[in-house]
Design a protein around this ligand. Structure first.
Ligand SMILES: Cc1ncc(COP(=O)(O)O)c(C=O)c1O
Length: 497
């Protein structure tokens, strides 16, 4: 058999069908259905307060999502019905003013529209010369302005701060060891790299060390002082000890708002130490970096402007729809050298669509990526930095109100007051934290409020992170009353059993 005949034999036998695309056959019907979907969500958003914070999906609802792969399509109207009936009621709850778990943004109606527009455009923001890339650069410029970074700083959207912290570890590594480390790997490093963060720093930093191949055993966890800030003098000593022992100190990660209590490291002191020690200074500012938008809160993050890089999320305190993390870097060259690829099919052209010098794919691990910049651009344009900063400051005032309620409560005791927007408290005398866990689960199941649990000094405590722009001081009165009722019920059930 000749070679060409063999190739023909391998060609799949595709049945002849009429040519078709995936666009609606009837645009008018599609328009009506699409408008119904939009109206559904506008109704949903305008009535957030009327619903429970959360309710679990029943087994029969969950079973619907174990179905076989559909072979034939259904009308859009059926899908919107299914979404309304079987998904909307069982959402995460983070839009609700009494959702206070973890660190969740609440979204905005404006963000929803922006997300729809971006989906319609379906831009691939890995690179090339199109307007979405300019919008992303605009966000980097705005962020550099707000954080007082140089205008030439480079920035890139990523999924979230976990990814941005990983990007930071990789860029710091390239900066320290040079671009060849990408090929040779860390085996070729002259010494074992080490990094530093406080005991309160987010777990994603540890994971970044693991994924970057440095190893989480080489992330030194520094002790914190009474206000849960990293002990800078202790850090100085540990760095000296590491140098003496033949390690290569690489970077210090400061926290601008820790996930447990919202405490902020002394960023200015850390910046000074990193300058003296010639170390990369990265800041995990997942939510706290955006304190710079509020004149009242900005002094708390003094020193942030001296960092080498910052990781933050627009999807948390700025309520841009998920996901919208960002990595901002003072050293554009080290940033590019960490990720730039020479793949032939990504070569730049002097003119045309493949023109432009730096593409976002040169600044992070992703190639294909969506238009996250648009929803962020909409947020800044629709509300303005001042109003966004006010909404952030408001959550901190609400948290202080919660703190005062807990201080006056006969049932609860304060474990960590509102340094920023997070309050941790416990059932009085609950040494094991078991009742704290029960109260939180009970509140979730009643649908009245959704705080979460964290551990402080080894004990599970109730943690309320006020991130939502919709949350008011009066909601905290409702929350504490609901928690007290829940505790009484639990105690009564225990006494009765
Ligand atoms: C301080 C801090 N760092 C990092 C993260 C991780 O961010 P993401 O969930 O966007 O990856 C969080 C999440 O809450 C956080 O609070």
């Amino acid at each position: 058999m000749s070679r060409s005949a063999k190739i023909e034999d391998d060609t799949p036998n595709i049945a002849r069908r009429a040519e078709a695309d995936l666009d609606p056959k009837d645009w008018q019907t599609f328009r009506q259905e699409a408008h119904r979907g939009l109206d559904l969500m506008i109704d949903y958003l305008s009535r957030v307060r009327e619903r429970k914070v959360w309710q679990p999906a029943s087994d029969s609802v969950r079973a619907r999502f174990r179905a076989r792969l559909p072979q034939k399509g259904k009308p859009l109207s059926d899908l919107i019905d299914e979404f309304e009936q079987f998904m909307l009621p069982y959402a995460n709850g983070n839009l609700h003013p009494l959702f206070m778990g973890w660190v969740h943004g609440a979204g905005t109606p404006v963000g929803m529209v922006a997300e729809m527009l971006a989906a319609g455009l379906n831009a691939n923001c890995g690179g090339r010369d199109h307007i979405a890339i300019e919008v992303e650069k605009q966000i980097a410029l705005w962020l550099a302005e707000a954080l007082e970074f140089p205008r030439e700083s480079s920035g890139v959207f990523v999924t979230g701060t976990s990814m941005a912290n990983l990007v930071a570890a990789l860029v710091a590594r390239t900066h320290a060891l040079g671009e060849p480390v990408r090929r040779s790997g860390l085996r070729e490093a002259p010494y074992q790299l080490v990094g530093y963060a406080s005991q309160e720093a987010h777990g994603s930093i540890e994971r970044a060390f693991e994924i970057a191949g440095i190893g989480s055993a080489f992330l030194r966890r520094l002790p914190v002082d009474r206000s849960r800030k990293m002990n800078v003098e202790a850090l100085r000593g540990v760095i000296a000890g590491d140098r003496a022992a033949g390690f290569l100190p690489l970077l210090v990660v400061g926290s601008a708002g820790t996930v447990n209590t919202g405490s902020i490291d002394d960023l200015d002191a850390l910046a000074g130490l990193c300058a003296e020690e010639d170390l990369w200074f990265h800041i995990d500012g997942a939510f706290g970096a955006l304190c710079v938008l509020s004149p009242d809160l900005k002094p708390l993050v003094k020193g942030i402007e001296r960092a080498d890089s910052i990781a933050l999320d627009f999807h948390k305190w700025l309520h841009v729809p998920y996901d919208a993390g960002f990595f901002l870097c003072r050293h554009p060259q080290a940033h590019r050298e960490t990720f730039m690829s020479t793949a032939a099919y990504l070569a730049r052209a002097p003119r045309g669509l493949a023109a432009a010098d730096i593409w976002p794919c040169d600044l992070g691990p992703d190639l294909s990526r969506g238009f996250r910049a648009l929803k962020t651009w909409f947020a800044f344009q629709a509300f303005g930095a001042e109003r966004l900063g006010d909404a952030i400051a408001q959550t901190c005032r609400v948290a202080r109100h919660l703190e005062s309620l807990i201080e006056r409560s006969a049932a609860f005791e304060l474990c960590a007051g509102a340094r920023l927007n997070i309050v941790c408290f416990s059932v009085q005398g609950d040494a094991t934290g078991e009742l704290n866990r029960e109260v939180v689960m009970d509140l979730h199941e009643t649908g009245l409020a959704a705080p979460s649990i964290t551990r402080l000094e080894g004990r599970p405590v109730i943690r309320a992170a006020i991130v939502n722009h919709r949350t008011r001081a009066a909601d905290m009165d409702v929350f504490v009353a609901a928690a007290e009722t829940s505790l009484k019920r639990l105690r009564a059930a225990r006494a009765g059993s």
